[in-house]
Ligand binder design. Structure first.
Ligand code: 13P
Length: 259
């Protein structure tokens, strides 16, 4: 079997103060020593804005990357409370999560703002982790593929093919998030196949094949191996289970052993 690149992202959501964030990184560093996951597993942490600077410093000599959980699409201006792509670059971010369903649900994020944010991230050399996914109602009404297609099309409007390599998609079925009911490996596989087919139709075969698609929604040490077994699943976007360094390290180790 040829080795496969995996991307494992820990989305801390609204968790951890600065001291807690530093403790997490120190503990994770211990757990990754002496045998860090092989280089085929890329590790990324997405702390809240307040802990980005501390985590950025703490991971400097570690094989760990940094992501923000959201950003504004403008470089600067009168946008109280917002954070710009330039500011994230300043802090050493390489990734930014965009369009998470919690932001769509609670903060008025729309397909149109998601599209502006994806474009802004790419313009500044940040890799957007674009989140899409259906609700339970949509799934039971057989609308999953239609919803995924619509979200993808809207989010990627105007994005040029030559930027395709920097786009990461996270398939996060809304019903699976924080629910203890992850998608089955088959459901994840099918959704990822559909997403890849759409991206292939948009940007061509090569971009489709290279596209990194993460699965997110109740990923845990006891199910990550099964989810990653599909060639369509290139990594995971993990919420609750990533907050504990031991569980996170366990999942990294499983990801590494299944490349
Ligand atoms: P959980 O892993 O807690 O279900 O959260 C998934 C998620 O929303 C990651 O972005």
């Amino acid at each position: 079997m040829t080795p496969r690149h995996r991307l494992i992202v820990g989305n801390w959501k609204m968790h951890k103060t600065i001291p807690e964030a530093r403790d997490f990184v120190a503990r994770l560093a211990e757990l990754l020593t002496p045998a860090p996951p092989d280089s085929m597993v890329e590790i990324v942490l997405a702390p809240p804005f307040t802990a980005l600077a501390a985590v950025s410093t703490a991971i400097k000599s570690l094989p760990i990357g940094l992501s923000a959980q959201d950003m504004h699409w403008e470089d600067l201006g009168a946008f109280t409370g917002a954070v710009s792509p330039l500011m994230l670059k300043d802090l050493g971010c390489r990734y930014v999560i965009i369009g998470h369903s919690e932001r769509r649900r609670d903060f008025g994020e729309t397909d149109a703002t998601v599209n502006k944010k994806v474009a802004a991230a790419l313009r500044h050399g940040l890799r957007p982790i674009l989140c899409i996914g259906e609700t339970w109602d949509q799934r039971t009404n057989s609308q999953t593929e239609q919803v995924l297609s619509a979200q993808l099309t809207a989010a990627l409007t105007g994005i040029e093919k030559d930027q395709a390599g920097d786009v990461v998609i996270a398939y996060e079925p809304v019903w699976a998030i924080g629910s203890d009911h992850p998608a089955t490996a088959q459901q994840a596989h099918d959704a990822h196949r559909h997403i890849r087919a759409r991206v292939t139709a948009l940007w061509g075969q090569d971009a489709g094949e290279r596209l990194v698609i993460l699965y997110g929604g109740s990923v845990k040490p006891d199910n990550i191996g099964e989810l990653l077994a599909s060639r369509e699943v290139n990594g995971a976007l993990i919420g609750g289970a990533c907050l504990d360094p031991l569980q996170f390290a366990k999942m990294l180790s499983i990801a590494s052993s299944t490349t």
